[in-house]
Design a protein around this ligand. Structure first.
Ligand code: AMP
Length: 461
């Protein structure tokens, strides 16, 4: 089947062909005809399956006729994070370039003024994170009574982040005759309940998890003692053919410290996590996409669903607490048919989490020998708190949002960070460009540039 066979407009087919796509992915082939028929859908699909285009494409055609009115968006897409919201906006720009639709992005961390101005002009597509949307709604800046289509994307992650009450509230403000599309990687009971309450006779669509089926990602576990993680990482960056990599940490503090350490070693790295303002996050992401930096140190929430082409490696500097996060993390590499490698650092304390991951993916992951045995007393699991189960840890992971960070427990500091003198400076890694300053200003964060162009754009040709 080709896109030309599923009744999309010529303008969309042209934009798709310019983007290099002529064959729908399974989720697109299943969802697009249902959306065109105005059916509600529940789609069990993960990032990496092409799920974004599966709602963006038919929405563009459905919304092509009709005009937006002031403060009354015609459609609403709810996303759990700013990055995902921005990515959906990019999809609208890419595929909607031959349509005359307008869009606004409502996300936290950026000035509200421009967002309000965009809304007042009237928008066809409103892409929002629930918090910012509720905020503007309560100030009377938005009316949702003209909203014909609602997309709830990454519903299970919305649940993890505590957004379900907001979403329920938002659903009650939209017309009951709207069309609702719900996307989720998994279907835990609260999401099922939400779907039962707010969707009408939905078509159920499920596609395979991409990462479990993705034979393009070579996966490895690396036994390592907590103290040696940075050293082992730098070794791998040197010995592996790393052209660019995303390095995941479980805590914001670890993201910050690791990035500083990598930069100190002359590597071109940046960081994204929930405490970094939106403009800087966007800047770091652009720098990574453009190849201005080779390494992006990230937390789960900030990096969820990031779509960067040609990421050669993923490193789990910390083994993820939640097995689903493993799938999401490694899915940042091996995209669009390319090969990728994923290395997960495993300390003694991670064995339980690794067991859950292997159970979920249905495979044992290759272990790279015992690289470094932990020295006596080195395993830094706080004795008082003991070993947490992955689910308790997952709860803590949820605190990786700016709002929740105040309650987050003080992270376990790595000894190496407390004593930077322990870190020898090896020769520059292959991926560091020769002209890169070997200093702390290598990844300057102080960006004052404008917000990305999609804050409010008419994306006509
Ligand atoms: P998503 O699951 O929406 O995060 O999309 C994952 C990746 O698939 C993105 O890089 C898309 O650009 C790409 N993609 C979307 N549709 C197609 C398609 N029909 N064929 C190939 N790649 C696609």
């Amino acid at each position: 089947m080709r896109f030309a066979d599923i009744g999309l407009s010529d303008e969309l087919l042209r934009a798709l062909s310019e983007a290099g796509y002529d064959t729908p992915t399974p989720i697109q082939a299943a969802a697009i005809p249902q959306v065109q028929m105005m059916r509600d859908i529940i789609a069990i699909a993960q990032t990496g399956t092409g799920k974004t285009a599966s709602f963006v494409l038919p929405m563009i055609d459905v919304l092509a006729n009709g005009r937006a009115r002031a403060r009354m968006p015609r459609s609403l897409i709810l996303e759990p994070t700013r990055e995902l919201a921005a990515q959906v906006a990019e999809n609208f720009e890419k595929y909607g370039k031959y349509h005359k639709l307008s869009m606004a992005l409502l996300i936290g961390g950026v000035q509200m003024g421009d967002q309000v101005k965009a809304l007042e002009k009237g928008v066809d597509v409103l892409i929002a994170t629930p918090g910012r949307l509720m905020d503007l709604f309560e100030r009377g800046k938005i009316l949702l009574t003209g909203c014909e289509m609602l997309v709830i994307d990454e519903a299970d992650r919305m649940l993890d982040m505590g957004f379900i009450p907001d979403i329920e509230h938002i659903c009650t403000k939209l017309p009951t005759t709207r069309q609702t599309l719900l996307f989720s990687a998994t279907m835990p009971p609260p999401i099922k309940k939400l779907a039962d309450k707010f969707l009408s006779n939905p078509k159920y669509i499920e596609v395979a998890r991409p990462a479990t089926a993705n034979v393009n990602i070579e996966q490895f576990l690396v036994n390592v003692s907590p103290m040696k993680k940075r050293e082992v990482l730098r070794d791998l960056l040197r010995t592996e053919k790393v052209s660019n990599a995303i390095i995941f940490c479980n805590r914001k503090t670890t993201v910050r410290e690791l990035n500083t350490s990598l930069q100190r070693h002359g590597l071109r790295s940046g960081e994204i996590h929930g405490d970094i303002d939106q403009a800087s996050r966007q800047k770091q992401l652009e720098a990574f996409k453009n190849g201005d930096i080779d390494l992006l140190v990230a937390s789960d929430v900030a990096a969820r669903g990031l779509d960067v082409k040609g990421v050669s490696h993923v490193f789990n500097f910390d083994a993820p607490w939640h097995p689903d996060d493993y799938i999401h993390r490694i899915g940042r590499t091996g995209r669009a048919g390319a090969k990728g490698k994923a290395f997960t650092f495993v300390t003694k304390a991670d064995e339980e989490a690794i067991e859950s991951i292997e159970k979920l993916i249905g495979n044992k992951i290759a272990r790279l020998g015992k690289i470094e045995a932990p020295a006596e007393g080195e395993e830094r699991v706080p004795a008082k708190r003991g070993r947490r189960t992955p689910s308790a840890k997952a709860k803590q992971a949820r605190s990786d949002t700016p709002e929740a960070s105040a309650q987050a427990p003080e992270p376990v500091r790595e000894k190496a960070a407390a004593k930077p003198a322990r870190e020898k400076s090896p020769p520059k890694a292959k991926i560091a460009k020769p002209d890169q300053p070997n200093g702390a200003d290598a990844g300057d964060d102080g960006w004052n540039g404008p917000m990305p162009g999609f804050l409010s754009v008419g994306f006509s040709s």
